[in-house]
Design a protein around this ligand. Sequence first.
Ligand SMILES: Nc1ncnc2c1ncn2[C@@H]1O[C@H](COP(=O)(O)OP(=O)(O)O)[C@@H](O)[C@H]1O
Ligand SMILES: [Mg+2]
Length: 230
Amino acid sequence: MTEPDTIFKLSDLRRTYTVGSEQVNALDGVDLTIEDREFIAVIGSSGSGKSTLMHLLGFMDSPTAGRMEFEGKDVTRINGAARADLRASRIGFVFQSFNLLPRLSVLDNVLLPLTYSRSRVANQLELGMAALERVGMEHRYAHTPSQLSGGERQRVAIARALINQPRLILADEPTGNLDSKNRGRIMELFASLLEEGITLALVTHDHEVAGYAGRRIRMQDGKIVEDSKA
Ligand SMILES: Nc1ncnc2c1ncn2[C@@H]1O[C@H](COP(=O)(O)OP(=O)(O)O)[C@@H](O)[C@H]1O
Ligand SMILES: [Mg+2]
């Protein structure tokens, strides 16, 4: 199966929030193309629209105006079910605060996205353990999140993002809660995923982390003000 080289094409994309009588242009006309196997760092000050952009790319939110193409198809106005389907099957998401469910084991957390996807997976446990192996956490499969360090939790969250074999991983400040040693480990892990053919877009405040990326996008007031290749 060959896939189109262009993953996303955003044209004049806008997302406006209405709060009381005020309008916030969180994204104010963004043009962006994401190609296969790119590693993009999204930087910019707090409130510049980075998370809003990630939520749109992750099909967790819909735009107010503009156009959004995913793998050559117009997805600007797809319905909630189609959105959920793409989110579950094509994209992995990693958050700053890990977002693991505290009562579930490491393995059950990793398997959770399979519950939401429409296709039934027969060999779930094997897939879950394989994902944990990719991040070096298979020996902790029976632990609960509270029994892990921050760096270990983030590795489990990355295994969860990998379970549906996504083409693209979106990470919103994935190293924001980690010390420098764990930051380095997580970045090495992302670099190895890139080598396996996954495309990455990650938001970061950290110049060292941004240094791993081949392309850097700076946001300001809902706009892309810089887009440079390393
Ligand atoms: N759910 C929301 N409702 C209203 N305003 C929001 C919401 N989410 C974000 N905003 C506003 O949109 C702007 C961009 O936010 P965000 O994308 O979270 O920025 P960043 O991730 O770069 O810090 C900010 O001014 C923020 O206050
Ligand atoms: Mg943010």
